[in-house]
Design a protein around this ligand. Structure first.
Ligand SMILES: O=c1ccn([C@@H]2O[C@H](COP(=O)(O)OP(=O)(O)O[C@H]3O[C@@H](CO)[C@H](O)[C@H]3O)[C@@H](O)[C@H]2O)c(=O)[nH]1
Ligand SMILES: [Mn+2]
Length: 364
């Protein structure tokens, strides 16, 4: 007998948090209510902490503003950006769940070509719970998808695939273009719905956008730091790019998979290209050196956890990118602070307690 929809437990409902960075209101949640309501939200309020962000009724959430970040992290709060969507990584830090889905507050429910509303969260969960194929490219796309498989010539020894660590979704309407592209193509809209999920091959970097992103927090969360951006920093809007480059080289090293493609969201708001250009221009120039750096990264085999990989990467960032600009020295140090904060808030089960637990008073 079919189980009524009302009693079907949504997938990973107790193992996944939804992280939303915001400087606006959260009315967009009304459209996502059918898909998001069963899940716990972590809202990271950026900008003025005295501003009240209204959360629609009926959602289970925790909300953190800058005062909370400073209170919880103390001096380590210096690694969390202010006045940039990079602040979202604080939500990754304080979550206690196995998976994260992060979405921007100007991203709405999109429709597939049949007119069906897309449950982006469900698709990310499917992507994360099914293997990736980073070691050998399957030309029929996702072989684990209903109605597809591995094609002739695909080694059987590789068909088990790799555990998926990241699921990178895309956007209809406003594409995530950089400022120069936005300036020359102000009216371009993405209307192309490509019904595919691809594994990004091992050894290949990609420009990770943070607006519609799922990841396995336990496997790669420590590397999902969105860097030093926004207020007081020489660069902005490279938060997700930085996290994507760091996580991809670490996923490659640890044998984890990264997927891109479905699901689509409807991205509604084009940010100001002139403001974006001011934030991005150093990144556009620096990335011509940053990319070759990440392409050259080789992590030692002793780096068996994302934390160890990340600390090793921070040393290389300072050593190899520091000569470009003192910013990278600061960023390398902030990467270490991030890991310290991660380990403080997420002590591993076999680690010594983060704080000394006073021995219980002896019975009289
Ligand atoms: O100072 C800020 C600015 C924004 N936010 C929140 O972050 C997301 C994204 O903001 P927005 O939609 O205005 O910017 P986009 O240009 O569309 O974002 C793309 O560029 C990346 C920026 O690095 C971002 O991840 C991409 O999606 C919204 O939720 C804002 O409310 C903020 O917290 N602080
Ligand atoms: Mn946006």
């Amino acid at each position: 007998m079919a189980v009524p929809a009302s009693v079907v437990t949504p997938p990973l409902v107790d193992q996944l948090d939804i992280v939303i960075p915001t400087i606006r209101n959260l009315d967009f949640l009304e459209q996502w209510r059918p898909f998001f309501q069963p899940y716990h939200l972590i809202i990271v309020q950026d900008g003025d902490p005295t501003k009240t962000i209204r959360v629609p009724e009926g959602f289970d959430y925790e909300l953190y503003n800058r005062n909370d970040i400073n209170r919880i992290l103390g001096p380590k709060s210096s690694c969390i950006s202010f006045k940039d969507s990079a602040c979202r990584c604080f939500g990754f830090l304080v979550s206690k769940k196995k998976y994260i889905f992060t979405i921007d507050d100007d991203c709405f429910v999109a429709k597939d070509p049949s007119g069906q509303e897309i449950n982006a969260l469900a698709q990310h969960i499917h992507n994360l719970l099914s293997p990736s194929t980073p070691f050998f490219f399957n030309t029929l796309y996702d072989p684990y998808r209903e109605g597809a498989d591995f094609v002739r010539g695909y080694p059987f020894s590789l068909r088990e695939g790799a555990t998926t660590a990241i699921s990178h979704g895309l956007w209809l309407n406003i594409p995530d273009y950089d400022a120069p592209t936005q300036l020359v193509k102000p009216r371009e809209r993405n209307t192309r719905y490509v019904d595919a999920v691809l594994t990004i091959p091992k050894g290949t970097l990609f420009p990770m956008c943070g607006m519609n992103l799922g990841f396995h927090r336990e496997l790669i969360g420590p590397a999902m730091y969105f860097g030093l951006m926004g207020d007081g920093q020489p660069i902005g809007r490279y938060d997700d790019m930085w996290a994507g480059w760091c996580t991809k080289v670490i996923c490659d090293h640890l044998g984890l998979g990264v997927k891109t493609g479905l699901p689509y969201i409807w991205h509604s708001k084009a940010s100001n290209p002139f403001v974006n250009l001011k934030k991005e221009y150093k990144g556009i120039y620096w990335q011509e050196d940053i990319i070759p750096f990440f392409q050259s990264v080789v992590l030692p085999k002793e780096c068996t956890t994302p934390q160890k990989c990340y600390i090793e990467l921070s040393k290389l960032v300072k050593q190899k990118l520091g000569p470009i600009d003192p910013y990278f020295e600061k960023l390398g140090d902030a990467m270490v602070t991030w890991i310290d904060a991660w380990d403080e808030l997420n002590p591993s089960p076999d680690a010594a307690p983060a704080v000394k637990i006073e021995s219980a008073p002896k019975p009289k």
